[in-house]
Design a protein around this ligand. Structure first.
Ligand code: ADP
Ligand code: MG
Length: 699
């Protein structure tokens, strides 16, 4: 085959490989493998070590090993589940091989004292160690080689796809690749690789699929091998570049230039019942200076729950308003939107600025009037939920979009909104507020198109919430504690959590808990809030709690956002092990908002895994959202930490943000070098690693 044929060949569908039919191809497609080159980037999940034979006498339960020996004895066991048992020995010890499925051929193979090599996990059985359904090979004589030269790759599979099919397919792809390297071209400049001490792609890929004996299993398993680092680095780079390119595109657009609004700002500040913190002042200055440029601001405002983001956004809004532009404020729920409306209304009314609230629940005529006010420009600040982005809503002169994510909006939604304001030929400035702290490493990759402002200090007087981790067996004790807490005139939350997919079950659990607590706490006024109640009912229950007409609020995680009851200083969270740390931190943010001490009891259902214990321990140790996010990232993947529904997923094919974290700081500079020295490589890099998802992210 000529080399250009090999190149073409590698871009053919996998069905052109021998042994892969239409059905296997469909299965591979589920793993994102369509063309032969895709196989090259489908790296092994892990490896098996068949490079050494382990003496049977040295085996321990739990290890996976290759052993060689002679079958001393075999029998078919009829009692219980029919099985074939073989006793194998190598002179250092013996082990039982157990087969539940076997053919007559296998049975006769395994009799007559053959010499055999077996590979499987070792378990403790009734009569000593055993291997269940080991992979085995008959050996013709004692000098026959049972070992393999390289570590054996183990690939992630899907239903119906066999490990051996995948191995054979990859081997064929590798053979084609050795004949034509350009099928998967090197996209990183040689000088860059040298400086980073990373190998070339053409070297890294074969090595990872078929590690030669220079490679140790430990290096691969810990992710410290340079070949792996090389691919992880390239993947990080692709993610960063995709955001960077998007940002550069944005920066080429026109945005309205706002004038400073000293007088309005001074008046607003004088009217506030509190002093702005220095952190608030700093971020206000950052945001306002962005808005005085003719390029669209894309800024993320991060600050823990209660850090005072809303008032910061009001100062940004003033600049737009002062320059004759409208401001749209979008919140994730009606409840929050209404709360925002109330705040902005109270702040802006004295300044003769008209704030309107656009709800999904308004009557038609009322809605029509509001829509007219928005289109005519008499409504200056428009607050609402995602209803703001319906067709019918036409802005007069939208200059600034403020989006309160509070965990709810995905990145894709966020980007979809941008288009809305562009009617005036100008891209509006955009401020996204989030309480989700984004670890620096993640921000460099996923949010490289955003500038980030951080409110890193809470307003004075906020309490740390004393947090304890308690097993569910101590429920009675916890309930007694609620009793005495409420006797002191304080209020409390009881949060029932279940896995998110089943809202019905979650509500049921809350109802059951209400019933139980009502029995056990006579004389205490208990209310219930869950997602399946009518909005009006829910609001009533919340209001009653806020006004102190109820003492204990039993709730599902719906109370995560929007509730502010300073007198409620005790929160019990059931089954905290089921939630992400960020969400737990959010929930806990409901307490510690008033004077006096406050507590959070994490009441888990044992037994806890080591990681679960460690994760809950983090909450006990700190109330700092950033530390929590960083630690959570170290213990779990980023997708899990942020919740796929919440912040937009970031999934890596190969890289691992906790394992490969040390590579991330080198990514931005490498991206700069590539853009300067190999601009033609930028798009191919993005395509190689993000493929179809890039387009999705640009929606
Ligand atoms: P979040 O950042 O969670 O959105 P909010 O903007 O809702 O926080 O602010 C929480 C509460 O803190 C509000 O009642 C707000 O008025 C108050 N607040 C904001 N800034 C300050 C400050 N500098 N000093 C005291 N209270 C403040
Ligand atoms: Mg808020």
């Amino acid at each position: 085959m000529s080399s250009s044929n090999a190149n073409l060949m590698l871009h053919q569908p996998v069905t052109t490989l021998s042994g892969i039919g239409a059905q296997t191809a469909r299965r591979m497609e589920k793993l994102g493998i369509v063309r032969i080159v895709d196989l090259l980037l489908h790296l092994p999940l892990r490896y098996q070590d068949r490079t050494r034979v382990c003496p049977i006498g040295a085996l321990r339960p739990g290890i996976t090993a290759l052993v060689c020996g002679r079958i001393e004895f075999s029998e078919i066991l009829q009692r219980g589940r029919r099985s074939l048992l073989c006793r194998m020995s190598d002179g250092t010890g013996c082990i039982t091989l157990r087969f539940f499925h076997f053919t007559a051929r296998q049975q006769s193979d395994l009799q007559n004292a053959p010499l055999l090599s077996c590979f499987a996990e070792v378990r403790a059985g009734y009569a000593g160690l055993e291997m269940i359904h080991p992979e085995y090979k008959l050996l013709p004589n004692t000098s026959a080689c049972a070992t393999e030269a390289c570590l054996t790759p183990v690939y992630s599979l899907c239903e119906g796809l066999h490990q051996n099919t995948m191995r054979k397919a990859v081997r064929q792809a590798l053979t084609l690749f050795t004949r034509h390297r350009d099928a998967l071209p090197e996209l990183l400049p040689a000088a860059l690789l040298q400086r980073l001490k990373l190998p070339e792609l053409a070297q890294a890929i074969p090595l990872l699929h078929a590690p030669d004996n220079s490679v140790t299993l430990a290096d691969l398993e810990n992710g410290t091998h340079p070949a792996l680092k090389r691919l992880a680095f390239e993947e990080f780079l692709a993610h960063h570049l995709s955001r960077r390119v998007a940002r550069q595109r944005d920066q080429a657009l026109q945005a309205p230039v706002f004038a400073a609004s000293q007088q309005l700002s001074d008046t607003l500040e004088q009217n506030l019942p509190f002093q702005l913190t220095s952190a608030q002042r700093r971020v206000i200055a950052e945001i306002c200076s962005d808005c005085r440029c003719d390029r669209p601001m894309m800024r993320l405002l991060q600050g823990d729950v209660g850090s005072g983001k809303t008032v910061v956004s009001a100062f940004a809004a003033l600049q737009a308003l002062n320059s004759g532009f409208q401001v749209a404020v979008m919140a994730p729920t009606e409840l929050l939107a209404e709360q925002h409306y109330n705040s902005y209304h109270a702040w802006f009314e004295p300044l003769q600025i008209k704030t309107v609230y656009l709800s999904g629940q308004q009557k038609k005529t009322e809605r029509e009037t509001i829509l007219q006010d928005i289109a005519g420009g008499s409504a200056a600040v428009i607050v609402g939920t995602h209803a703001l982005f319906q067709e019918a809503v036409r802005f007069f002169r939208l200059g600034l979009l403020i989006i309160d994510e509070q965990h709810r909006f995905g990145v894709n939604q966020r980007l979809a909104l941008r288009a809305k304001g562009e009617t005036s030929g100008c891209r509006p400035h955009q401020l996204v507020m989030t309480a989700t702290p984004i670890p620096r490493t993640l921000a460099m990759l996923r949010y490289a198109d955003l500038d980030i402002s951080i409110i890193d200090k809470m307003p004075p007087g906020r309490q740390n919430v004393v947090t304890s981790v308690i097993p569910a067996e101590r429920r009675a004790e916890v309930i007694a504690r609620i009793d005495s807490w409420i006797a002191r005139g304080r209020q409390a939350y009881w949060v029932c959590t279940l896995i998110e997919e089943s809202e019905a079950l979650q509500c049921q659990a809350a109802e059951n808990t209400l019933e139980q607590l009502t029995q056990m706490l006579p004389g205490i006024r208990i209310a219930l809030v869950h997602g399946r109640m009518k909005a009006a009912e829910k609001e009533q229950a919340m209001l009653a709690f806020k006004q102190g007409r109820t003492d204990l609020l039993v709730a599902t995680t719906v109370i995560e956002v929007g509730v502010d009851v300073p007198n409620a200083g005790l929160m019990i969270i059931e089954n905290p092990e089921r939630l992400g740390l960020a969400q737990l931190h959010q929930l806990r943010g409901r307490v510690g908002r008033g004077p006096g001490d406050s507590y959070c009891l994490l009441m888990y259902q044992g037994p806890l895994s080591g990681t679960a214990r460690e994760r809950l321990g983090i909450l006990r140790e700190t109330c700092n959202g950033f530390i929590i996010a960083e630690k959570d990232l170290q213990l779990r993947g980023p997708g899990e930490m942020l919740g796929t529904r919440q912040t937009g997923q970031i999934t890596f094919k190969i890289a691992d943000l906790s394992r490969d974290a040390e590579l991330v700081p080198r990514v931005p500079q490498a991206a700069e070098i590539i853009q300067a020295e190999a601009p033609e490589s930028v798009q191919p890099l993005i395509d190689r690693w993000l493929g179809d998802t890039t387009q999705y992210a640009e929606v």
